[in-house]
Write a new protein. Structure first.
Length: 102
């Protein structure tokens, strides 16, 4: 319940960072990061959302086949990691890793 609630409760905050993500991923490719890491990824909702923002609202989105966006989810909670993996696979996000926080 905690893992699920975390993702749902933060949707309002996710919208506020969209503008920043769009600005970053509209820069020239050499000035863009290779990926996004979410420390304490919970159920992976933020990672999935940010991938969709990049894919649909930025210049990088049109070249993801040549310049994939690497997503990294990190969490202490084993259930959170499992759900994040499932979410990213189901969303067909090709370049992702989900790892244990230490």
């Amino acid at each position: 319940m905690n893992v699920w609630g975390s993702g749902g409760a933060h949707k309002t905050y996710f919208r506020k960072i969209d503008e920043i993500i769009v600005e970053i991923f509209n820069r020239p490719l050499e000035q863009q990061p290779e990926g996004i890491c979410d420390m304490g990824c919970g159920d992976g909702t933020l990672l999935e959302h940010l991938y969709c923002v990049v894919r649909t609202q930025t210049a990088r989105g049109s070249v993801l086949d040549k310049h994939p966006l690497l997503l990294v989810g990190v969490d202490f909670n084993k259930v959170a990691r499992r759900i994040t993996k499932q979410r990213l696979r189901y969303a067909r996000i090709p370049a992702h890793f989900v790892i244990v926080a230490t």
